[in-house]
Design a binder for this molecule. Structure first.
Ligand code: FMN
Length: 328
């Protein structure tokens, strides 16, 4: 091998070659992410509201919600919503947060758990909504009651029916999902497209104590991880990508994951994707503790389990197509 080729393959040389693009990307993201200049930007302030709305809404679908669950989140959401409206005025993005807050109050009323704090919250919310002179019917947030039988039947309908009846499940039954079913779902999902057909997705399946330990470490399933039967870690094999492609593995693994989630839905198995957008230290520890090879990049977890007979799912309202698309 000549000296040029030796340098081209050297880890330090490859690292230095990758730096300019990565510094540029990090700088662009630093300026545009939700934290930077958050309070000055309508769009970034809205992100805080969406996160709190989701955190409060998903609590309705957890096993045995506690009395007065989420009070601090509800107070914080109301506060941020009020500040947003005062600064940027009322717009359609406020409908879901207000709906979730209204449902939060109704839920406690229905279950005779309306504390004085929730009564104060209600008064405050009514004031904000009436001063924004808004008379919408706020029914775009909260939980929906579903049955395992209906979800399984919809899973066998046409694609539109399957997709519109898929929900993230946060309260599974105690019945196990067999390894054969997981294998079948993986077999269906492998038809996903991947860059140059490199098929760089890698999947690790955990159950029992390992499943619990992994989900505890992930941290976003604290109130329901014990009800899941298995968890799949979807990784991307870095060996399959070149220096200009550090994010391509995330794309391939994510496309695969969506197919996998639909495959589980089709097979009558409930699932939920769980973020691995966590700090690098925890991710490294996760790789060590769960025996993930160094060349694999953990992308996302998918917890799976069987449906209960009847249970609740978060409504997770979707915005209209016009709000996120532009036909050029
Ligand atoms: C990448 C990703 C990470 C997610 N992480 C979590 C999580 O940590 N905890 C959780 O309860 N839900 C998580 N979810 C589920 C989302 O909250 C859910 O998909 C969203 O609210 C839409 O609801 P739906 O899946 O029921 O349609 C995640 C979803 C995605 C796509």
């Amino acid at each position: 091998m000549n000296i040029r080729n030796i340098i081209a393959e050297n880890a330090l040389a490859v690292f230095l070659k990758m730096l300019p693009d990565n510094i540029k990307t990090a700088w662009q993201f630093a300026k545009n992410n939700a934290r930077c200049n958050n309070s000055k930007s309508e769009s970034k302030s809205l992100t805080d509201i969406l996160m709190l709305t989701h955190a409060l809404e998903k609590a309705f679908s957890l096993p045995n919600p506690r009395k007065s669950f989420g009070l601090q989140k509800a107070i914080s959401l109301l506060d941020k919503t009020e500040r947003y409206i005062a600064k940027f005025g009322w717009n359609d993005s406020m409908t879901v947060p207000v709906s979730v807050l209204k449902e939060y109050i109704s839920y406690h009323e229905r279950s005779s758990a309306k504390s004085s704090e929730i009564t104060t919250l209600e008064r405050h919310l009514d004031k904000i909504v009436s001063s924004a002179m808004h008379s919408d019917t706020f029914n775009s947030g909260g939980a929906i009651s579903v049955s395992g039988k209906d979800l399984t039947e919809h899973g066998h309908g046409n694609f539109e029916e399957l997709a519109s009846n898929r929900y993230s499940i946060r309260n599974f039954s105690s019945a196990a999902v067999s390894d054969e079913i997981v294998y079948k779902a993986l077999d269906i999902a492998k038809k996903s497209p991947s860059a140059c057909n490199r098929q760089a997705y890698r999947v690790h399946v955990f159950k029992g104590a390992l499943k619990n330990a992994l989900l505890k470490m992930q941290g976003g399933a604290n109130s329901f991880y014990a009800t899941a039967d298995k968890v799949l870690m979807i990784c991307a094999d870095a060996n399959r990508y070149y220096t200009r492609e550090p994010r391509l593995g995330y794309v391939d693994a994510s496309l695969f994951t969506m197919s996998l989630i639909y495959a589980f839905t089709y097979l009558g198995v409930g699932s939920i994707p769980l973020t691995l957008g966590i700090d690098q230290h925890t991710l490294d520890k996760m790789k060590r503790d769960f025996d993930i090879p160094a060349n694999e990049i953990p992308v996302v977890l998918v917890a799976v389990g069987n449906y209960q007979e009847k249970f609740e799912v978060a409504m997770s309202h979707r915005n209209p197509v016009e709000s996120f698309s532009k036909f050029h």
